[in-house]
Design a protein. Structure first.
Lengths: 337, 298
């Protein structure tokens, strides 16, 4: 592996993605920039349709062919935007892997799990079928599948949701990737299993020194599992920074809104959850200015004029808002309430 | 009272064992329609094989003196208008029936499935082109294209097999492409792409195995249709040429004597029905047996 430990492993600059939808072209992602060093973890949080998954798919090079990608994605210094599919195939599953949301459908029902875990090994490394099988059993054992040696020849339908997610994790980790993208890995699982799976992922990330991008709409999941986070809304990153900093000093009105909308333990009976008024803008006709303007309580005319620039409210903590003076003053109250 | 175990329930490690191929025959022999269908199909196959080494009488020798005999010890099912033994004709006829079925469905599967998979994998103009071409072929009545081919190449078995085979392609293209498209939209294909597989490998390793159960059922239906089409073409005089017997030709010959000797039409008709029914049941059974998800429940 090249480069010093300080050089970013993944560097995304001004990423823009335009998708062709039935309602016309939609700017699904605008001006997303971030970098990730080896061993770092980054969380992407936001509601459905904010561009989290599209960003992940762009990193994997799995966007539909009609999608137009601008900006730059660099892995270890080499450009991925515009890379041919044949070359991308060599990276996927080898240097960048992905865990999907639905373990029930992410496995091929016609193949045994052993075969599916061994597949990336056979594809990306020169190992023999027997060696790959042995490695698959070791991997399944590592991800906590009970009795892995016996169950390696079983089919996906013979496993529970949590066990299947363990299998997909084993698949993603088979080739020791540098970057792991986990797209809502626990959304389809029940809460007790969620914790186990997230702990497993965290352990594996630490153990193998991988970088991880964790996508979730669950603030709790993000808070506990990543060092840095980005809050996305309407295809833009509205706030980014160290997880602690973002949670303690929420700078963007949207982040604050997300936080207020969380159910809380110990709230008085009959307390209603606070919601963010309005609905998510259609990506096909986004406003010219701040994408959150229509739902923001402290909106001004200049918010609607142009997309606000990122304001650094502290080292490494950026907020895409022109009214941080007001919002940050309010934020103190929001957290305390 | 036994409640069926739901497919997603986690069965204990002790009960899990590799199922293919060790358990396949055990499960297969318990599957009713597979067994019945298999038996009927084997009977037809057996008849064809038997005819290669032995027939009670020659199927080609004409003995007009003993024409239209009723069933007897010498001629178990009697004789036809030219005095040929019906049993011998049925046995030899099974040969051309099976040949037509296998070759015509073979043509249909080879081209239809490849084109269908290609269309689903490439999408875009490739898919448009393949689908419009198969629409065009489909719009042509099979019998008409057989007549056309016969006019060019002369009537005969090869012509009829080719015509039937070509006619099978668009159906199989459509079935393959339709189900392949559905598989391509599944998350495990996305996961396969995320693990670095290209379009060709995904097609072979993920799409094809998942559309195979559908294709097997479709193939047995196509096989049955091919037998019927061959019978129809022989009946029109475009298929198997005399003196080569075929079930369709026997029906054709029986037609003129339908009132004098109705049984002459019943025998080949029943043979066709047995072959078609057997294949359909066999296809049903195979579909169940090849699906690992269904394997525990039947």
């Amino acid at each position: 592996m090249s480069g010093s430990t300080n050089a970013p492993l993944i560097e995304v600059r001004d990423l823009g993605i335009r998708l062709n939808t039935s309602r016309g072209p939609a700017q699904a992602v605008r001006g997303v920039s971030f970098s990730l060093k080896r061993g770092e973890t980054l969380g992407l949080v936001g509601e459905s349709g904010c561009g989290k998954s599209v960003t992940a798919m762009a990193l994997m090079g799995l966007l539909p062919e009609s999608a137009v990608v601008s900006g730059s994605i660099r892995l270890d210094g080499s450009e991925l935007v515009g890379l041919s599919d044949a070359n991308y195939c060599k990276l996927r599953g080898n240097r960048i892997s992905m865990i999907f949301q639905e373990p029930m459908t992410a496995l091929n029902p016609m193949h045994t799990i052993g075969r599916q875990v061994a597949e990336p090994l056979r594809r990306h490394t020169n190992c023999s079928a027997a060696a790959a099988r042995k490695e698959a059993i070791a991997l399944l054992d590592r991800v906590g599948l009970p009795d892995a040696a016996k169950r390696v020849d079983a089919y996906p339908h013979q496993f529970s949701g949590g066990q299947r997610q363990r299998v997909t994790i084993a698949m993603a980790l088979a080739c020791q990737p540098d970057v792991l993208i986990a797209d809502e890995p626990t959304t389809a699982l029940d809460v007790t299993i969620q914790g186990q799976i997230l702990d497993l992922i965290a352990d594996l990330v630490a153990e193998r020194g991988m970088s991880m991008i964790l996508i979730s709409h669950d603030l709790g999941v993000i808070a506990e599992n990543v060092q840095r986070m980005m809050v996305m809304y309407g295809g833009t990153v509205v706030e980014s920074g160290a997880t602690n900093a973002v949670f303690t000093r929420m700078g963007h009105p949207y982040t604050q809104g997300l936080f207020r909308a969380r159910p809380r333990l110990g709230a008085r009976k009959g307390t209603r959850l606070k919601t963010i008024a309005g609905t998510v803008p259609e990506l096909a006709d986004l406003p010219a200015g701040c994408t959150f303007a229509d739902r923001c309580t402290i909106v001004e005319d200049r918010c609607r004029a142009a997309l606000p620039a990122v304001v650094d409210v502290s080292a490494g903590h950026g907020v895409r808002c022109v009214r941080t003076d007001v919002s940050m003053a309010e934020a103190v109250g929001a957290v305390g309430a | 009272m036994s409640t069926p175990i739901s497919a997603s329930v986690d069965v204990g490690a002790a009960t899990v064992r590799p199922q293919v191929p060790t358990g396949f025959w055990r499960r297969a022999l318990r599957h009713r329609s597979f067994v019945i269908g298999g038996t009927l199909s084997l009977m037809v196959l057996g008849a064809a094989l038997l005819s290669l080494v032995w027939t009670p009488w020659s199927a080609y020798e004409i003995d007009v003196a003993s024409k239209l005999r009723p069933p007897s010890a010498a001629h178990w099912l009697g004789t036809d208008v030219l005095g040929r033994d019906i049993v011998s004709l049925l046995l030899v006829g099974a040969r051309s029936t099976i040949m037509v079925g296998i070759i015509a469905v073979g043509i249909g599967i080879t081209f239809g499935v490849s084109l269908g998979l290609l269309a689903a994998a490439r999408r875009g103009w490739t898919e448009e082109l393949i689908m419009r071409m198969s629409d065009f072929t489909f719009a042509f009545p099979a019998v008409l294209s057989a007549i056309m081919l016969a006019a060019v190449a002369g009537p005969g078995m090869v012509t009829s097999i080719t015509a039937i085979g070509i006619f099978q392609i668009p159906t199989l293209v459509r079935v393959t492409r339709g189900s392949a498209n559905a598989i391509w939209a599944r998350e495990f294909v996305l996961a396969a792409r995320a693990s670095g597989k290209g379009g060709f490998r995904i097609t072979i390793e993920h799409v094809l195995p998942n559309v195979l159960p559908i294709l097997i059922v479709q193939a047995t239906i196509q096989f049955a249709l091919a037998i019927l089409a061959e019978a129809a073409l022989s009946y029109l005089g475009l298929g198997t040429q005399p003196p080569q017997p075929s079930w369709g030709r026997m029906l054709n010959d029986a037609q003129t004597l339908l009132f004098q000797s109705p049984m002459l039409a019943v025998y080949p008709g029943a043979a066709i029905a047995v072959a078609v029914l057997g294949l359909n049941l066999l296809g049903d059974g195979l579909r169940d047996l090849l699906d690992p998800r269904l394997s525990r429940e039947r």
